[in-house]
Design a protein around this ligand. Structure first.
Ligand code: HDD
Length: 753
């Protein structure tokens, strides 16, 4: 038979025979299946079509589209067809007048194929264009029942969700690891309709009024003349804006902190930012702020890693999320609320709850867990799901309402409006990813891309011709009604309240809550970003903002810029630090962490195998790094090399283990790196770089079976903090794993601040 046909048949058989994957069913404990991540696929002929990664299917009895229905729209039967279902016998040659003659206009297949292609792109999101998403399930704890009647928060209720993470400034194809705020948007498909929590990984915002949103975004986006820089805040217009609007100081400080460069989407907090109003079954209201707390803790990259990843793996965060889910290491967050009495002042401990540039420290109002989110299924089509999903802060369910925060009020307008141009008309809620899992019976009709075939003749209310349908739900049926909040008598003004005037005290609170290494990172970030500005006035105003946060921070950045440090323009206020804001000091689960095992297979192969298995058993990921690709014939079952000295970069690993003294790869170029050559005649320069970066980035490094010779040759002191040399692999791994619970070896960073 034809070799291609045979390969395709083999591929089809492989798919049918495939055992149930980790995604088939409600997740148990994460990680039990992580070994599947450890073996790369061996390419052999055309790859089999990928098994559908459907995990738990939407269980809504109410019309949520099944995944089979969705595919049936364009993928039924085995023959290639036109969009009209006419079978095609050929798709590689245009219809021509003879093999060397002109192409004929009558070739409908050619025209349809190219026309459709020409229109494949839709406008990217004006902000948050770059994103990655996943499906999951949310389970309510019932602990919020006293403050909200929202049905999905009741005890044990499970609700399908879709979560999209994003950067803000970059275009759709930009790098993941840039310094920026991250979006954290969750769509809850509840039985009472859709609830969207459209938050960020930073709990405050740059501006206090939505009318300035176009301005801050114009300032943050690339300069309009040359369209550079892409996905960066390190340029004049951004710093021009944030220094002219001192209310941006607090959010900017968070961006310059490690929060601006997360290690992973799985290791970010999420915040609803604004204060929301909850209402319980008795009609009582409570003001709340929403928090997402990651089970794996909050962790960040160091700046050099973020920069390297931008080049060697621009999809770093997207890949990490998808790989973890595919391996069964399902990311989890607890949803929590800080609750405040709904008083007429809408303040708490003197903090204006309507000011989105303010947090309420967790030490003053603890975050109370109300449910848990598990992401357990990757999208099967990026465009259909991740690109077309449409969030809106106005998608609310009974029991959750908005407040008068002027930033939130403007958002209530913007999100519906933007979808109309981005998704090509008013019917985007009919797209499969946007369809509610509750019954929909609206009187919205017609419009571009209408795909419903409505029945009846009377889409108006009241009517007598369609039997009066649809009917109005009574307030007693849990219908969505706005909480009837009393408003003070007022004059129309374009003004902010005086309580919005304090722009620095919480920035100072954040700074004072940081540990020494975190402070050092912040000072370096400002030095880099302001150092990339050209305009002297912008740099000077940047320093002025820092002087109003902290004099040491200001002095350090001023030195880096070669400018005098200004005096504060207002007295620095005392602030009680909030330990909850620091990423350092606690320990966290290590599952899903990536351990690189450097080996050439000739040293303690037995021990290497045992360690690899122990890593997998601990729910972490083991990646074998060898001098070249292929398999290591390590005196037993051959071990697959997953990264080579040519493809391994330290950013990918949370810790490194070195087995003995691995030989240099045959493709190493030591002669070109004279320094490497003198330091260690036979140390592969790429292995040296790998170890050097891991060391500088505060990663745990372990070795045994003579590995200290390699560490020595790479210039790493074997008695430095977080460098573990031992007799056996398993004892070394134990210590390395222990170090990993703190994320990094913080002692390696300068602690002068
Ligand atoms: Fe926004 C998208 C979060 C203020 C206007 N925003 C968007 C997304 C997130 C946020 C996570 C991406 C959603 C997705 O993944 O599809 N935005 C925020 C937060 C804010 C905020 C946490 C402040 C607390 N946004 C904000 C303001 C405005 C907008 C003040 C306008 C006045 N945001 C939009 C938008 C976007 C958007 C233009 C672009 C694409 C979209 O909505 O669907 O409407």
């Amino acid at each position: 038979g034809h070799p291609l046909k045979e390969a395709v048949k083999k591929a089809k058989d492989a798919v049918t025979d495939e055992p149930a994957g980790p995604q088939d069913g409600i997740p148990g404990k994460p990680n039990s299946q992580s070994p599947s991540l450890a073996e790369p696929t061996e390419p052999q002929g055309p790859l089999p079509p990928k098994a559908d990664q459907s995990g738990p299917r939407p269980t809504s009895p109410t019309g949520a589209p099944s995944r089979d229905d969705q595919a049936a729209v364009a993928q039924q039967g085995e023959w290639l067809t036109t969009a009209q279902g006419d079978r095609l016998y050929e798709t590689d040659h245009s219809l021509k007048a003879g093999p060397r003659g002109p192409v004929l206009l009558q070739d409908h297949h050619l025209r349809e194929k190219i026309t459709h292609f020409d229109h494949e792109r839709i406008p990217e999101r004006v902000v948050h264009a770059r994103g990655a998403a996943a499906h999951g399930v949310f389970r309510g704890y019932g602990t919020a029942a006293n403050v909200t009647k929202a049905a999905f928060l009741a005890e044990g209720v499970e609700t399908s969700v879709f979560v999209r993470f994003s950067t803000v400034l970059g275009s759709r194809g930009s790098a993941d690891t840039v310094r920026d705020t991250r979006g954290f948007a969750t769509k809850f498909y509840t039985t009472e309709g859709t609830f969207d929590l459209v938050g960020n990984n930073i709990p405050v915002f740059f501006i206090q009024d939505a009318i300035k949103f176009p301005d801050i975004i114009h300032a943050g986006k690339p300069h309009p003349d040359r369209e550079i820089p892409q996905a960066q805040s390190a340029h004049d217009t951004f710093w021009d804006f944030v220094t002219l609007h001192s209310e941006a100081t607090h959010h900017t400080l968070w961006n310059m902190s490690d929060r601006g460069i997360p290690r992973s989407y799985r290791m970010m907090e999420g915040f609803g930012v604004h204060t929301f109003r909850l209402e319980n079954a008795a009609g009582e209201t409570t003001l709340v702020k929403f928090h997402w707390k990651p089970r794996l803790g909050v962790h960040s990259l160091v700046w050099e890693e973020a920069q390297i990843a931008g080049g060697v793996d621009p999809d770093f965060h997207r890949r990490d999320l998808a790989d973890a889910i595919e391996a069964g290491a399902y990311p989890e967050w607890e949803l929590g609320i800080q609750a405040f009495p709904d008083t007429p002042e809408q303040t708490f401990e003197g903090i204006d709850l309507l000011d989105p540039t303010k947090i309420v420290p967790e030490e003053l109002a603890p975050v109370q867990p109300i449910g848990v989110l598990t992401l357990n299924r990757n999208p099967s089509n990026y465009f259909a799901e991740t690109e077309q999903v449409a969030f809106h802060v106005g998608h609310l369910v009974p029991g959750i309402d908005v407040t008068d925060d002027p930033l939130l009020q403007g958002r209530l307008f913007s999100y519906l409006d933007t979808q109309i141009s981005r998704l090509g008309g008013p019917n985007f809620s009919q797209l499969p990813i946007n369809r509610p899992h509750a019954p929909v019976n609206d009187m919205l009709r017609d419009g571009m891309h209408q795909s419903a075939v409505h029945r009846g003749v009377a889409p108006y209310h009241p009517n007598s011709l369609d039997g009066g349908c649809p009917f109005m739900a009574g307030a007693d049926s849990g219908a969505d009604i706005e909480v009837p909040v009393a408003l003070p008598a007022a004059r129309k003004v374009r003004e902010a309240p005086a309580s919005f005037d304090d722009h620095f005290s919480q920035a100072r609170l954040f700074w004072l809550s940081m540990s020494p290494p975190e402070r050092e990172h912040i000072a370096n970030a400002y030095s880099f970003e302001l150092g990339k500005c050209y305009e002297q006035a912008v740099k000077e105003r940047g320093l002025q903002a820092l002087a109003n946060i902290d004099s040491e921070l200001c002095a350090q950045v001023a030195t880096a810029l070669g400018l005098p440090a200004p005096e504060p323009t207002q007295p620095l206020r005392d602030a009680t630090p909030s330990p909850a804001l620091s990423q350092i000091g606690a320990t966290w689960p290590v599952d899903g962490r990536i351990i690189g095992i450097v080996t050439d297979g000739t040293h303690d192969a037995e021990g290497m195998r045992a360690v690899r298995q122990a890593v997998l058993d601990a729910g972490m990921v083991a990646l074998v790094i060898g001098p070249a690709g292929g398999k290591l014939d390590a005196g037993g079952e051959p071990v697959t090399v997953q990264r080579t000295f040519a493809t391994a970069r330290s950013i990918e690993f949370d810790a490194l283990l070195v087995v003995g003294t691995p030989a240099a790869g045959a493709d190493a170029l030591p002669a070109r790196d004279a320094k490497a050559k003198t330091a260690a005649a036979d140390l592969d320069p790429r292995l040296r770089l790998l170890l050097d970066e891991a060391f500088r980035h505060g990663k745990a490094i372990g070795g045994w079976a003579g590995a200290e010779r390699v560490l020595d040759a790479a210039g790493l002191p074997t008695d430095a903090p977080g460098v573990v040399v031992g007799d056996s692999g398993t004892t070394v791994l134990e210590q390395v794993q222990n170090l990993l619970t703190q994320h990094r070896v913080w002692e390696r960073f300068d602690t002068s601040l």
